[in-house]
Ligand binder design. Structure first.
Ligand SMILES: [Zn+2]
Length: 122
């Protein structure tokens, strides 16, 4: 494993700031509505990756943005944790290395492309 985790950490922190700003913008547009839900969804995503399509997703486009942002934050934080734990860049399903090109495109990726495809196929 020769990937430069510090540069990925920097990329993740930068992306995290960007996502937080996007969430802040949503809050400005809809004060008092999105806040709690984003938190909630981030936690749901963290704990139950398969359960993200909850029954409450009956909102308009802003809600989808908030959901995606919340999921992004969860994925970014998980990636930062993996850097700290020394497991960054390793597929969390099969344990193989994630291709560096994939990490550069998606620094928060926790699955190799093969496992990702399997997961998406359901
Ligand atoms: Zn894998």
């Amino acid at each position: 494993m020769t990937i430069d985790t510090e540069s990925f950490r920097a990329a993740l922190l930068e992306e995290r700031t960007r996502v937080e700003q996007a969430i802040a913008n949503l809050r400005e547009d809809h004060p008092g509505r999105i806040d709690d839900e984003v938190e909630e969804i981030a936690q749901i995503t963290d704990n139950h990756l398969a359960d993200t399509a909850t029954a409450t997703l009956d909102r308009e486009i802003d809600y989808t943005l908030a959901e995606n942002s919340g999921r992004m934050l969860g994925a970014i934080d998980a990636a930062l944790t993996r850097i700290d734990e020394g497991t960054y860049g390793t597929c969390s399903t099969c344990g193989r290395e994630i291709a560096s090109g994939r990490l550069e495109a998606y620094p928060w990726a926790s699955l190799c492309i093969d496992c990702k495809r399997l997961a998406e196929r359901g």
